[in-house]
Design a protein. Structure first.
Length: 214
């Protein structure tokens, strides 16, 4: 792997700068040079997203910078995906994410989704204003281990509790770890409704989600 450190660093830097157009040929160059797809994913792409996540936590970069970095990550991942599949490399796990009933906000959800994907986890996005029973049904059908519930309004926070209660009523509460987040959500609220985790930002959410697959 030492032979590829320079190109891995180049890919990581392009990702951090959000250079989606330039990162695809850089990934292809690494592949052509003989780098293993899994090493490109872990030591270039995920490494770059980890750096961005750390900077985001420290307020050194902000949402726009993270979004463009995540888009570059997605472009690179599209190039890498068939090579990973051919090599038998699969995501470490699967998560479901959505914004709860009555809430149309999706910027925070989308940011969390991108950061979690940057940890090598497949994310199924159910969208916004998701019906509680529809979420429960999807949990039943899916092999996802984590469910992420977003709420940006104080008036929709209660829907996070509704989902957790409905999961219990359907006897599938133990099937998933439930993470909650959103501007008005607090650790105290998360504890009150029986959530498994609360995080204040997207980078932390990705770290916690990944830890569930350790």
């Amino acid at each position: 792997m030492a032979d590829y450190i320079e190109i891995f660093n180049e890919i990581s830097e392009l990702l951090q700068k959000g250079k989606a157009r330039d990162i695809v040929p850089a990934v292809q160059k690494a592949l052509d040079a003989g780098a293993r797809p899994a090493d490109i994913l872990e030591n270039a792409l995920m490494a770059g997203m980890n750096i961005i996540g750390g900077k985001f936590k420290r307020n050194e970069v902000f949402v726009p910078e993270v979004l463009i970095a995540a888009r570059a990550m997605n472009k690179a991942a599209e190039t890498l995906k068939p090579h990973l599949a051919k090599a038998g490399i699969t995501p470490v796990g699967k998560a479901i994410i959505c914004t709860v009933k009555g809430d149309q906000h999706d910027i925070g959800k989308n940011l969390v989704k991108m950061m979690i994907e940057g940890k090598g986890i497949e994310v199924e996005d159910l969208g916004v204003d998701c019906d509680t029973q529809a979420i429960v049904n999807r949990v039943k059908e899916s092999d996802a281990k984590v469910l992420c519930l977003s709420a940006l309004l104080t008036t929709t926070m209660s829907a996070q509790k509704d989902v957790i209660d409905a999961l219990a009523d359907a006897n599938v509460r133990d099937k998933v770890k439930v993470m909650v987040g959103g501007a008005p959500v607090t650790q105290s609220f998360a504890d009150t409704i029986g959530a498994d985790a609360y995080t204040p930002d997207a980078a932390s959410a990705a770290d916690v989600c990944r830890a569930f697959y350790a």
